[in-house]
Design a protein around this ligand. Structure first.
Ligand SMILES: CC(C)(COP(=O)(O)OP(=O)(O)OC[C@H]1O[C@@H](n2cnc3c(N)ncnc32)[C@H](O)[C@@H]1OP(=O)(O)O)[C@@H](O)C(=O)NCCC(=O)NCCS
Length: 169
């Protein structure tokens, strides 16, 4: 029988950047997270959206990367049985292209796997080539397009999944 987890690479043991700590995201991280969000995303999530997921959404699990007492990245998933939706991943400008995004994604996926996740899905802006490259390098494949998903900026979403069909949406 195949591994219960689907097709994605094993995470490397340690962070590619020294002195990085991975923590469950907490409401008191949100001043920094919302500031980063506004810097890094064309359609930033609001503080209320993060608060809902951190405080009320039982399906949500969020992680923060800290270095020298500052948040330098974060990620989030929603768990639906053995399928998880990657809701966000972000690395601050200073640490882009250092391998941290890949490490954070694989570590997040590994933590999900420990909670029973076998497959992941996500949506990504079709022009976000950095993110698409990251996802492909972690075992995600493009399976479809949702037209005008990011209607605020008139952009389509590429839908990606780990593993093979059948896909659920
Ligand atoms: C997407 C993001 C998390 C990638 O983080 P990162 O730490 O810079 O990525 P890494 O250094 O770990 O690189 C991971 C892979 O993506 C590739 N990559 C990263 N940035 C890239 C870019 N600008 N263009 C092309 N490829 C890129 C790397 O070459 C690497 O590929 P490899 O594993 O084959 O060598 C980061 O760009 C980011 O936070 N962007 C803003 C927020 C965002 O758009 N999040 C995604 C929402 S769907």
């Amino acid at each position: 029988m195949k591994d219960k987890r689907d097709f994605w690479p094993d995470p490397t043991e340690s962070s590619p950047v020294q002195g990085v700590e991975l923590l469950p995201m907490r409401p008191d991280h949100l001043d920094e997270v919302v500031r980063i969000e506004q810097d890094m995303f064309p359609i930033p999530w609001t503080r209320e959206a993060f608060e809902y997921d951190l405080i009320s959404n039982q399906l949500a699990h969020y992680f923060a990367l800290k270095k020298d007492d500052e948040i330098i990245g974060y990620s989030g998933i929603w768990l639906f049985g053995n399928i998880a939706h990657l809701t966000t991943i972000c690395i601050t400008r200073e640490f882009l292209n250092t391998g941290l995004g890949k490490w954070l994604l694989l570590t997040t996926m590994k933590l999900g796997e420990e909670m029973g996740v076998a497959r992941y899905t996500l949506e990504v802006r079709e022009s976000n080539s950095a993110a698409i490259k990251l996802y492909e390098s972690c075992g995600y494949r493009k399976v479809g397009v949702r037209e005008n998903y990011y209607h605020e900026i008139g952009e389509d979403a590429v839908v990606m999944w780990t593993g093979g069909p059948p896909y659920d949406g």
